[in-house]
Write a new protein. Structure first.
Length: 540
């Protein structure tokens, strides 16, 4: 019969919060406290007399018997840490456990006290910690990927490649939506290993699941899009044929506005767990930041490019103004010098009564005045080209050529020049009157600078540039232009042959009109080998 101290000792063991089981050297259980009964699923006293192997999984019971025999030969307190141990409940459920063994001797008889701690919660916590650490690492790597792209496409592509290392993803799409135009366009569309670019679409004309995600502003997860009921409940639009089963659509929300959809898909049904969905929703917020950053950067780059272009234009205009001012002051001074000089002669002739000389000097003054008047009118015309341009329209280029030819027909006939016009000209977009003026000046210039050519020939043609831009030309077999003058001839009042008529402002006018249309003009020529004036214009 147990005394009071023994009863008190057993009561302490029985109420201990750690599960404790006492067995004899034969492995028969002689005591199990309340916590052991609760942990292992047994009623009070139900374990008494049972084998300790009953608490181990069936596949390790023989091994446990050998271990127990070894412990009985050399009994000492030990913690079974560092070993993968499992315990078995009454219902057969196996759980991870940490077991401690303490040898006991009671009234000369040997026993073993086993303490059992359920590690399930600890393992769950460790798994959760590892999962969270992996998520943080993934988010960090994704943020790096999102920060390194040179543009939105390369940013999202690097992001998708990094994401596919962590999750099983068979399709990954990011589409952006403009509510004002109703246009939904894919910035990235990856199906398996294919990088595609489907055309943009109006979302309310071809809605699909994208419209559902955008209109509800909520994540939509379809565990199996081949399920008949799922197809009845949702409008599924197939962009590219693929054996997709699971669909996850996450709204990309900026402030209170949905700017697009991030879609993650798998060929497996029920492919995404709640934790993965939560993680992908977190990732979607990073994507929004990257998209907004990229859009802002592109906008800033456009504004910077526009500013640089404006600065370059201002610098060009300033340089042109300086040249213009110098040229005007220089070339207009010549008629004034002539007028001033002959006014003195005119006075002498009037005093001396020399009528013939008076008339001759008067004609020279009138010629100088006429030249100055012409120069001023052409300068005014040149300045107006930079400010006034008729409404651009789509024009057949051949019609422009024919109109210009009629304006210079007299000169062509006088020179008996052969004119060849290429067939099948493309259409262009521009100011009809100004473009006719370009061709008129180029044809007139070709006739004027034929030199001593006895069989003058002029050719008007076109060819396609590698980038698809139409290239036009006016070619002659006249006197040609030395290479050092190729740029100078497009300046104001620059005439290579002073004996020809005109002020030398024609090619400057042509250059200004072509540049106002967004084109460019240049000459290829050698002395005595004729000239070819090339110019580009925006096509249709």
């Amino acid at each position: 019969m147990m005394n009071a101290s023994e009863i008190h000792f057993l009561e302490i063991f029985d109420k201990n919060p750690v599960a404790m089981v006492v067995s004899d050297t034969a492995g028969q259980i002689v005591f199990a406290n309340q916590q052991a009964n609760r942990l292992l699923g047994y009623a009070a006293q139900e374990l008494i007399g049972a084998s300790i192997e009953q608490l181990t999984p069936e596949d390790v019971r023989q091994k446990h018997e050998r271990s127990r025999a070894s412990f009985n030969q050399q009994p000492f307190a030990r913690q079974m840490a560092g070993r993968e141990l499992n315990a078995r409940r009454k219902d057969g459920q196996v759980f991870a456990a940490e077991v401690g063994l303490i040898p006991l001797t009671v009234e000369g008889e040997a026993f073993v006290l086993a303490s059992i701690v359920d590690l399930t919660e600890r393992h769950t916590l460790e798994l959760e910690i590892r999962r969270r650490a992996n998520e943080v690492d993934l988010l960090y790597r994704l943020s790096l990927a999102l920060s390194k792209g040179e543009d939105l496409y390369h940013t999202l592509r690097a992001f998708a490649d990094e994401l596919k290392k962590a999750l099983t993803i068979d399709a990954f799409h990011i589409g952006l939506y403009n509510p004002e135009t109703d246009i939904f366009a894919y910035s990235l569309f990856l199906n398996a290993e294919e990088d595609l670019q489907p055309p943009a679409r109006k979302l309310h004309e071809k809605p699909g699941l994208a419209l559902e995600v955008i209109s509800t502003q909520k994540t939509i997860y379809l565990e199996d899009i081949t399920d008949p009921q799922t197809r009845r409940d949702h409008h599924i639009l197939v962009i590219v044929e693929a054996p997709i089963r699971s669909y996850l659509g996450i709204p990309l929300i900026s402030g209170e506005r949905v700017i697009g959809v991030m879609s993650v898909q798998s060929i497996l049904p029920q492919a995404f767990s709640p934790d993965q969905i939560r993680l992908l929703e977190t990732i979607a917020t990073q994507v929004v930041v990257a998209i907004e950053k990229s859009i802002l950067l592109e906008q800033l780059q456009r504004e910077l490019a526009d500013r640089r272009r404006l600065i370059a234009e201002l610098e060009t205009k300033n340089a042109e103004l300086e040249r213009f001012t110098y040229t005007v002051s220089h070339d207009l001074k010549s008629p004034l010098v002539t007028i001033s000089g002959y006014l003195g002669f005119l006075e002498q002739s009037a005093v001396s009564g020399n009528v013939e000389r008076f008339k001759k000097d008067k004609r020279r003054i009138e010629d100088a005045v006429t030249r100055m008047h012409t120069m001023l009118n052409e300068l005014l015309e040149l300045s107006r080209v930079g400010r006034i341009l008729n409404e651009p329209e789509t024009l057949p280029f051949e019609a422009l050529v024919r109109a210009a030819v009629e304006l210079v027909r007299g000169r062509l006939d006088d020179k008996k020049a052969i004119l060849y016009i290429h067939p099948d000209f493309p259409t262009v977009h521009g100011d009809q009157a100004r473009l006719v003026e370009v061709l008129q000046n180029l044809l007139d210039n070709a006739v004027k600078y034929m030199g001593t050519q006895t069989r003058p020939r002029i050719e008007v043609g076109h060819q396609n540039m590698p980038e698809g831009e139409p290239l036009f030309f006016v070619r002659d077999n006249g006197m040609g232009v030395a290479s050092e003058h190729h740029e100078r001839i497009f300046g104001l009042f620059n005439k290579l042959d002073s004996s020809t008529e005109g002020t030398g402002i024609g090619l400057a006018l042509v250059k200004r009109i072509i540049e106002l249309h967004g084109g460019r003009i240049w000459v290829e020529s050698e002395v005595g080998q004729g000239s070819t004036f090339y110019f580009t214009l925006p096509g249709v």
